[in-house]
Design a binder for this molecule. Structure first.
Ligand code: NDP
Length: 325
């Protein structure tokens, strides 16, 4: 079946079905990666304050010559900025050289204690405990609503067109839905062959929240086509394993954000394969049997709060997810 080139968000906004990821895109390379992606036909770039490279992303956008109105740009509220939402988005817009975002996500439900400069400007570092770990703001982490209310105001003001969440499990998203004036249009979570999360995917789709698939290729260092089901389909369709993984996500209704700084891979990853329903189901079954593992795990960077991290980070292999939902 031919796969959609766009998804429609619950507020009617269209989002291209494949976006370029920019996490860990090194300085000196991300500008050209973004420019080459836009010139190769991408119209969707996934960014974040946390990636510390939005200035270069902005340069890449400008260099590409593609009109702003044609590009869907996402950025994210950093964990240190839950009490400085407006300042954070202003900083992001300045770095990107833009006057609005298409989508602004709460990057994590988890908030950190910021080290706010005496002049009240944007925090650029967090407070550390005696062991040098970032201190978690437990109260704010347990209640994302005040920051969400600030994000809603950004929509009212036209600084962002849509708002959503990231790394929210079903319980947290359901709770937010009860109180949100503006519904989250998307939840960006880890969705990969090694962490397919079918229950979360189905719940988000049922609630008209677009599941965005981060680390769709298994992230850095992963083997992208080493599993039999992927190899077989790649050979059959004459494409790379990466194309099968990206197309599978689109076919199951998720919005993949493959990252690359390699021009040939960037161009390649945009090619969707017309997988049949049977092939998509076959991949789903193979993924459910694959060894499950989470690739995005920053638990060592923070203070003793594995409980919150674990609970805020959905994954199939996460018992907390199963018991709490
Ligand atoms: P991906 O799963 O996209 O994998 C990226 C890796 O795959 C890189 O090493 C890249 O290498 C390599 N690669 C890309 N294309 C190919 C190909 N065709 N063949 C072989 N290797 C390939 O990992 P990410 O973890 O970066 O996830 C994607 C994006 O999702 C991020 O960049 C970010 O935008 C978003 N994200 C969001 C998170 C969140 O908390 N909301 C967390 C994690 C990611 P190279 O670049 O050298 O070509």
């Amino acid at each position: 079946m031919s796969l959609p080139t766009h998804f429609t968000l619950s507020n009617g906004q269209k989002i291209p079905s494949v976006g370029l990821g920019t996490w860990q895109s090194p300085p000196g390379q991300v500008r050209d990666a973004v420019c080459s992606a836009l010139q190769a036909g991408y119209r969707h770039i996934d960014c974040a304050w946390a990636y510390q490279n939005q200035g270069e992303v902005g340069e890449g956008i400008k260099l590409s010559g593609v009109p702003r109105a044609e590009i869907f740009i996402t950025s994210k509220l950093f964990e240190l900025h839950h009490n400085q939402v407006r300042l954070s988005v202003e900083d992001t817009l300045k770095d990107l050289g833009l006057d609005y975002l298409d989508l602004f996500l709460m990057h994590w439900p988890l908030a950190l204690v910021p080290d706010i400069p005496a002049d009240g400007s944007l925090a650029r570092k967090g407070k550390l405990d005696a062991a040098g770990k970032q201190i978690v703001d437990r109260e704010t982490s347990d209640d994302p609503l005040p920051a969400w209310r600030e994000m809603e105001k950004l929509v009212d003001e036209g600084l962002v067109k849509s708002i959503g969440v990231s790394n929210f499990n079903i319980r947290r998203t359901r709770e937010l839905l009860k109180h949100a004036r503006i519904k989250p249009v998307a939840d960006q979570v880890e969705l990969s062959f090694g962490n397919p999360q079918p229950e979360l995917l189905a719940w988000l789709k049922k609630n008209d929240i677009l599941p965005q698939a981060y680390s769709p290729l298994g992230s850095t260092g992963a083997s992208h086509a080493s599993l039999e089901a992927i190899d077989t389909l790649a050979k059959k369709h004459g494409v790379q394993g990466a194309n099968i993984l990206i197309s599978w996500q689109v076919g199951r209704g998720a919005n993949p954000l493959p990252k690359s700084v390699t021009p040939a891979r960037i161009a390649n990853n945009l090619k969707l394969v017309a997988l049949s329903k049977a092939e998509i189901d076959e991949l789903e079954a193979a993924a459910s049997k694959a060894e499950h593992k989470r690739v995005c795990d920053q638990s060592d960077d923070f203070d003793a709060r594995w409980d919150i991290f674990e609970e805020s980070h959905p994954t199939n292999c996460d018992k907390v997810q199963a018991t709490k939902d």
